[in-house]
Each structure stands twice: as C-alpha cells, then as structure tokens.
Design a binder for this molecule. Structure first.
Ligand code: FPP
Length: 230
C-alpha cells in the first residue's frame, strides 16, 4: 500500500528497548521509563494507523523479562492493567482491535481476566490491530507448535507451522524496528521474521516519536524486497 509515495508495510513489529536507560539517565525508577514507553506506544499506534499500517505488534514483555525484580514486574503489570482498563476503549472507538501473543497464564489472574475481556470486547471487523506480545518468546512459541504437531501425529508443512503459532491470524511482519541501540532480535518473532526488513535505531523507546517512526517507514519504503528471488 502507498501513502504520499511511500510503500507502507502491512505489518510492523517493534522491540521497544531502552526504557530502563531512559529512566536511569534521569535518576528515575525503571518503571517511569516503562510508563513513558506506554504513552509512546499509544502514540505510535495512532501514527501507524494514520499511515495505513494494518497490524502493529509490540514486544511489551518477553519470557525472559519475567525474571526481572518483582517491583519492576509489578510496575509493568500495572501498565497492562491500565492499558486494558482504559486505553483499549480509544482503540475500539476507532474500529481497532487488541490482540495478545504469548503465554498469559503466567501473569496475575486479574491481568489475565482484563486481557481476555479486552480481546473479547474488540470490534468484530477491525481495520487496525494492536498486537501485544506479553510473556512472549519465539522459542517457546515454536516449541509449543512442535508439541501440538506431535500430538496431532501428522508431519507438518511450513504453512502448518505458521498456523500453530500465536500469530496464526496475522500476516508475517514486513518490518521489525528495534529502538535502544542493540542489534539483535532477542527471541522476537523468529519464525515470522524470515523475510522481514530490519530497522535499528539508537533512539531510546521513550524518546521514539512520530518523526522517528516515519523515518523507519521511509527506510522500509526505499528497500527492494526480493524474498530470495532475483
Ligand atoms: C525494554 O526496555 C522494555 C520493556 C521490558 C517493557 C516495554 C513495555 C512498554 C513500553 C510498556 C508497554 C505497554 C503495556 C501495555 C505493558 P528495557 O527495560 O530493557 O530498557 P533498557 O535496555 O534500557 O534497560
């Protein structure tokens, strides 16, 4: 899809890194960085929608993040609570839906219930999806898929694997953005990233504004995707 001459990706996935460093620089608790990060995430979703992107996946909590100190995790759970109790309503009002990928059974029960309601109450025919990765890890996701395939007792084709992943209802990401200066995927969408374009920026996520997001889309737009062909 094109907007203003730009080739717009259908699905953008974002590794929102750098919240802790942003907070540390200001002598604030890490949770303050996550809180500001959530506001940036909400603005980014608006921007993505304006640009004509259909799916925005955000890495909000990895399986590895669950080993963080209790205080930081509680802060993150509070943000999830706030997002599902309040912010999702703004999405619904614009015919946008929220979805979750990851194993939410490890999250506090009230958080699980809020997430389930948030997904269930989403509009039936949305034209935009915010997909939150919560307690998500690609290796765990693939392992789960392999076990499901074994239980079914049938050899699988590539397409069958895709349909056993948390992301079965979504197209693969066209573009993966990572903020915060690290150059790696950190167990995010490893199967789905096979042909994704990657974009890395040093900007810490709490500073990642609309202009920065547009810059990533422009970079994507200028690339020639060949999918292994010539
Ligand atoms: C990585 O930065 C970021 C996270 C572990 C959490 C990201 C979560 C948000 C932006 C809020 C998401 C919204 C909801 C609804 C939960 P880091 O802490 O690893 O940063 P550092 O590398 O600078 O330490």
């Amino acid at each position: 899809m094109k907007a203003d001459g730009l080739k717009i990706p259908r699905h953008v996935a974002v590794i929102m890194d750098g919240n802790g460093r942003w907070a540390k620089k200001r002598l604030l608790p890490r949770t303050a960085g996550h809180s500001r990060g959530m506001n940036v995430m909400i603005d980014m979703a608006k921007k993505a929608r304006e640009l004509g992107i259909k799916y925005l996946t955000v890495y909000a909590l990895s399986t590895e993040n669950l080993a963080r100190p209790r205080e930081e995790l509680e802060g993150l759970y509070d943000l999830v609570r706030r997002y599902f109790a309040k912010n999702v309503k703004d999405l619904y009002a614009e015919n946008a839906a929220v979805r979750v990928i990851g194993d939410i059974t490890a999250l506090p029960e009230d958080v699980q219930a809020l997430i389930e309601d948030g997904v269930k109450n989403s509009p039936a025919n949305p034209d935009f999806f915010v997909i939150l990765a919560l307690n998500y890890g690609a290796r765990a996701e693939i392992t789960r898929a392999v076990n499901q395939a074994i239980s079914a007792g049938q050899p699988v084709k590539e397409g069958d694997v895709s349909s056993l992943l948390y992301t079965k209802d979504f197209p693969d990401p066209d573009l993966i953005i990572r903020t915060g200066g690290e150059l790696r995927l950190s167990n995010f969408l490893l199967w789905q990233a096979a042909y994704a374009e990657l974009y890395f920026t040093d900007v810490l996520f709490p500073d990642f504004g609309g202009r920065d997001f547009e810059k990533a889309i422009k970079s994507y737009s200028s690339r020639n995707r060949r999918f292994g062909k010539i």
